[in-house]
Design a protein around this ligand. Structure first.
Ligand code: OAD
Length: 247
């Protein structure tokens, strides 16, 4: 593993434009559950019952009480870990330009990254299903479920449910960023949800080097990634950053 950390520091030092694609795994060390695998959210719930737009439309109160309420309680107090902070340092060093994230937790912005494409939207905002008014999630009163807008409409997370389209702007900008980078860091994603998992493929096709950081192999490993550094995002990013900063 040490050899790969050194290799990653060398590759980052040589790179001109780094883009990161992140998934739920980068936020695990901040106390946020991933979706898949052991201890994942989909072990507890059927995603079609709690994360599909049809389920929300059918019974918003049920989806709010099963999933969204707990999510609000966790995300209201979560803070960035060394994985997020490492990516923010890479931006401060003018290496990394953009983070494409599938996460809705806002932790990349909290760590200091300024160009974050929220591929699946954001949980920081709740949107009225009637008048589209936006509320800051932390200010939303959840003593009544589902919470409502001042117009009486039901509030929903401003995030992408299964069965909904990826915001066009996020899709277009992500593809552009993937095609323009010369190194992509793929951190903490199972890379099974499309179209997000295509971003490393676009990057590879445009000639970029792909480095994965994940405790497990993914469908990208040995196919699209140049190498996988196996481990927790925070610990691995710390190792890479201390090598890079001491050069
Ligand atoms: P997943 O839950 O599918 O995958 C999490 C990945 O993180 C797995 O590959 C784990 O091995 C890895 N992992 C776990 N702990 C880690 C750690 N400490 N450091 C680094 N990696 C770790 O999450 P995503 O790939 O983000 O979509 O899932 C993609 C999409 O599926 C989500 O955005 C969400 C979900 O359904 C929507 O809600 C639309």
């Amino acid at each position: 593993m040490d050899d790969l950390i050194k290799q990653a520091a060398d590759d980052l030092a040589a790179a001109r434009n780094v883009v990161a694609l992140t998934g739920a795994g980068i936020s695990v060390e901040s106390g946020i559950m991933p979706f898949r695998g052991k201890g994942g959210l989909w072990e507890k719930y059927d995603p079609m019952e709690v994360a599909h737009i049809d389920a929300f439309m059918r019974d918003p109160a049920r989806v709010w009480s099963l999933l969204v309420k707990d999510m609000k309680e966790t995300l209201d107090t979560a803070s960035p870990n060394d994985g997020h902070k490492g990516l923010a340092k890479l931006e401060a060093m003018e290496k990394l330009s953009t983070v494409i994230t599938q996460n809705i937790d806002g932790l990349h912005q909290a760590a200091g990254n300024t160009d974050v494409i929220e591929f699946h939207g954001s949980f920081a905002r709740q949107r009225c299903m009637d008048c589209n008014q936006i509320y800051d999630t932390r200010e939303v009163d959840i003593s009544e479920i589902p919470p409502r807008c001042s117009c009486g409409g039901i509030l929903r997370p401003d995030a992408v449910f299964f069965g909904e389209m990826i915001p066009q702007d996020a899709m277009w900008r992500s593809r552009q960023a993937a095609c323009d980078c010369d190194l992509m860091l793929v951190v903490g994603t199972s890379a099974v949800v499309q179209p997000a998992a295509l971003m490393p493929v676009y990057a590879k096709e445009s000639g970029a080097k792909i480095i994965e950081i994940n405790p497990e192999k993914t469908p990208l490993t040995h196919e699209i990634s140049d190498y996988l550094i196996m481990g927790q995002a925070g610990e691995i990013m710390n190792g890479i950053m201390s090598r890079l900063e001491s050069r």
